[in-house]
Unconditional design. Structure first.
Length: 366
């Protein structure tokens, strides 16, 4: 594989919400962990091995961080409820004081913050030194405000992604495949019920973590407050960052914008115009109604069905059989469509007999 960064003109929209990001991230996680089998292979250059190892490490760090937080809580619990043994059974002239090294702890904190923030600061300084890039990002002040906002949001979202990625790593190690699900690239808003169902656990975990940390020691609670706050605010945070209006508002303020958004290249303008035109031309309606009203579309649909939609011998698909039964029991097309689940409707559209029955119900209505 040859990396050619000089080639330009290729763009991909990012996932519109944290939920969509998690779906894509689960697939990427599986791909990167599979590279562990390639690492010992012969003939790989050191840089290639380092590249693969970096990809693996980017996902392994999530469960490692979770394990570190758990270990820290357990050690704090031990210090809170288990009295230290100053005088062990062995003979000693001096008490055995608990090992504490605040200087080393401070250096660990400084090193961690440097690893997290230094790349952002270096990129910001390089942007300031390049006039064309500085103008493309909207100037030094707007870019600095964007860096602060991005750092705040990414810091709050990091604990949520820690739980998501830890669960992904565990499921992959248990042999569960990620599959391939359709990706959204437009509005990422999700109903509140779906958010509560998906991220309610994160909120409860954050509340429990905060209560436990505070009961152990108030300083521990404040030390862990970024993690606790991110988990507790999981539902509103995911909802807010998925709103199209939030992105539009930031765009009006000139925040979190890249040069390609301020001055779109011709290829992006053409892609946007084509997408708008196709959205109008291909405005999707109810499938049965479209097939009934367009003879050409109906003929093309039937032509693409295997065996013309006829049931093959030995095919006892429950969705197909249940769909046929529900359609036969229905007195009208709306009744049939209400009775069919999404899978059953898809099976009916792929079955010549069931589709003919649906079209007959539509004709009865008309």
């Amino acid at each position: 594989v040859h990396m050619v960064p000089g080639l330009e003109g290729s763009y991909e929209e990012g996932p519109p919400s944290l939920t969509d990001l998690a779906v894509r991230d689960r697939r990427w996680c599986q791909g990167n962990l599979q590279h562990a089998a390639v690492l010992p292979g012969r003939g790989l250059a050191f840089v290639s091995r380092l590249h693969l190892l970096t990809g693996i490490g980017s996902y392994i760090t999530a469960p490692l961080w979770l394990a570190m937080l758990t270990a820290g809580l357990l050690v704090s619990l031990q210090g809170r409820f288990v009295p230290p043994d100053y005088f062990p059974s062995q003979f000693s002239l001096f008490p055995s004081w608990p090992a504490q090294d605040p200087v080393r702890a401070a250096w660990v904190f400084v090193g961690t913050m440097s690893v997290l923030l230094a790349p952002k600061l270096i990129a910001y300084v390089l942007m300031l030194l390049d006039g064309r890039r500085r103008r493309g990002f909207g100037g030094g002040i707007l870019t600095f405000l964007g860096v602060l906002l991005e750092t705040l949001l990414s810091g709050l979202m990091a604990p949520i992604m820690m739980i998501i990625q830890s669960a992904a790593v565990a499921s992959i190690l248990m042999g569960r495949d990620s599959g391939w699900q359709p990706q959204r690239r437009d509005d990422g808003s999700v109903p509140l019920g779906a958010l509560l169902q998906r991220y309610g656990f994160h909120t409860l975990l954050g509340i429990a973590l905060g209560v436990v940390a505070y009961l152990i020691a108030a300083p521990l609670f404040w030390w862990m407050s970024p993690v606790i706050l991110g988990l507790v605010l999981a539902v509103p945070l995911v909802a807010l960052t998925a709103l199209r209006g939030a992105g539009t508002g930031l765009r009006r303020l000139g925040l979190l914008m890249v040069p390609e958004e301020r001055t779109p290249p011709q290829v992006l303008e053409q892609a946007g115009a084509i997408a708008e035109r196709l959205a109008v031309e291909l405005r999707e309606g109810e499938a049965v109604a479209r097939l009934r009203g367009d003879a050409g579309l109906r003929a093309a649909h039937l032509a693409f069905l295997p065996d013309g939609g006829a049931r093959r011998r030995g095919d006892h698909s429950p969705e197909r059989l249940v769909a046929r039964a529900k359609i036969a029991d229905a007195a009208s097309l709306p009744e049939a469509l209400r009775a069919l689940s999404a899978r059953e409707k898809a099976a009916a559209l792929g079955d010549g007999e069931a589709l003919a029955a649906l079209l007959a119900l539509a004709d009865q209505r008309g």
